[in-house]
Design a binder for this molecule. Structure first.
Ligand code: NAP
Length: 170
């Protein structure tokens, strides 16, 4: 089975904050639209807390996959793995393996999933909000030895930045 393109998608503040109190401390319509446009039709993998935080779930038109030991334990014995419109796996690797035949998968947060997915990711679609926020969850540091900025689409208060994993020297 092939490996899908693994794409991390996140919005973060200048101080790398991505969330506070189980929610995202800003609301940017253009960013939400971009999230929808990029992810539409592709599997979206997320952690249990991010799933719980979604105001409208599941994300429509996308296979919603939640990584959670708690939810996986609850669905034990449920043979099709469905759990209210969502597929649940007890590890990120199992979720990724399930998507082996897909062209792309999106990793949609939160912080623990971003940390876990970063070594496997090929691309990161980051919305950088040009402000600092108080928060309790942070995007992991982006190592410039590993990641290169491919495009920067400056929007004023924020920018859409696409990172690609640098090719390893032979
Ligand atoms: N700004 C953004 O782009 C963005 C995007 C997404 C989320 N957020 C924010 O981020 C925050 C949530 O992030 P978070 O880091 O606290 O939580 P999270 O990553 O969404 O969820 C954490 C939970 O996911 C499960 N999990 C994570 N890694 C796992 C693994 N390797 N194996 C098994 N289960 C695993 C565990 O669930 P169990 O305890 O059930 O096992 C864990 O408690 C919220 O504030 C949310 O609004 C921001």
């Amino acid at each position: 089975m092939g490996k899908p393109l693994v794409i991390i998608i996140a919005a973060m503040a200048e101080n790398r904050v991505i969330g506070r109190g189980g929610a995202i401390p800003w609301s940017i319509k253009e960013d939400m639209r971009r999230f929808r446009d990029l992810t539409m039709g592709f599997p979206c993998i997320m952690g249990r807390r991010t799933w719980e935080s979604l105001p409208h779930k599941p994300l429509s038109g996308r296979l919603n996959i939640v990584v959670s030991k708690l939810m996986a334990a609850h669905q034990a014995g449920n043979t099709d793995g469905e759990n209210g419109g969502v597929l649940v796996f007890s590890s990120f690797n199992d979720a990724l393996e399930y998507c082996g035949a897909c062209e792309k998968v999106f990793v949609c947060g939160g912080a623990s999933l971003y940390r876990e997915a970063m070594p496997a990711a090929d691309i990161m679609e980051i919305t950088l909000i040009h402000k600092t926020f108080r928060g309790d969850v942070f995007f992991p540091p982006i190592d410039p030895e590993v990641w290169e900025e491919k495009t920067v689409d400056e929007k004023g208060d924020f920018a859409f930045i696409s990172f690609s994993r640098k090719k390893q020297a032979e």
